[in-house]
Design a protein around this ligand. Structure first.
Ligand SMILES: [Fe+2]
Length: 220
């Protein structure tokens, strides 16, 4: 019977170390997983009114609302790729003319300061068991801050138990103001930008687009 020599014991030790290193590397790779959605912060126009009961439909009157109709769909996941069921999402945005329903939002450039009565400027949704969510809204307008234009965007805040809260923005690919944006870097803009596609409207409905915006949260 072969006895265990110091050499074979040493070789076994090295193999064990290599195996452990491989396991750790695989665990690290799995842990690093998906790239987290970039943070841009809440900004100054988080809804001043009641948010929780707003619902996921921002269209008070879909036939009358100003701007292009837009459905936003997506999935909330952790970096490990697992769905974050029950995540709470809040969105807020301007109307088609670039105005927020917020006391600090500048009036429209036209001078008219009336809000669009057919539009609800914010909404809230809960991700389902697979992490999916949906909002019905419009394409927002651009607006100026300190004499500079911000690219069109929809603000998101996502909260879920066990995960860090995320405040970010959904941008639109090809926006001419993306490179001069002072809130998101251009690299962030590219990661946050969606390309809406036309969807078939129902009988009598207005044309509608759909954008897909997936969100990756980090553990708390
Ligand atoms: Fe904004």
């Amino acid at each position: 019977m072969e006895s265990s020599s110091p050499l074979s014991r040493r070789a076994f030790g090295w193999k064990l170390l290599l195996a452990l290193a491989l396991v750790r590397t695989r665990a690290w790779a799995a842990g690093s997983g998906l790239v987290p959605t970039p943070r841009t912060g809440r900004g100054p126009f988080f809804p001043a009114g009641e948010v929780d009961s707003a619902g996921s439909d921002l269209l008070r009157a879909p036939q009358a609302v100003g701007g292009e109709l837009l459905d936003i769909i997506g999935r909330v996941r952790g970096q490990d790729g697992q769905a974050v069921a029950g995540a709470t999402l809040v969105i807020w945005q301007t109307d088609a003319h670039g105005q927020y329903d917020h006391p600090d939002s500048d009036p429209r450039p036209s001078g008219a300061d009336a809000l669009d009565p057919a539009f609800r400027y914010w909404g809230t949704a809960k991700a389902d068991a697979d992490g999916h969510y949906r909002f019905s809204t419009i394409v927002p307008g651009r607006y100026a801050v300190g004499g500079r234009w911000r690219p069109k965007h929809v603000h998101f805040e996502v909260r879920a138990e066990g995960y860090s809260s995320l405040a970010t923005e959904m941008h639109f690919a090809g926006d001419p103001h993306a490179k001069e944006d002072f809130v998101a870097t251009y690299a962030q803009h590219l990661m946050l930008a969606v390309e809406p596609r036309a969807v078939e409207p129902g009988p009598g409905d207005r044309p509608r687009q759909e954008a897909s915006f997936d969100i990756v949260l980090t553990l708390a």
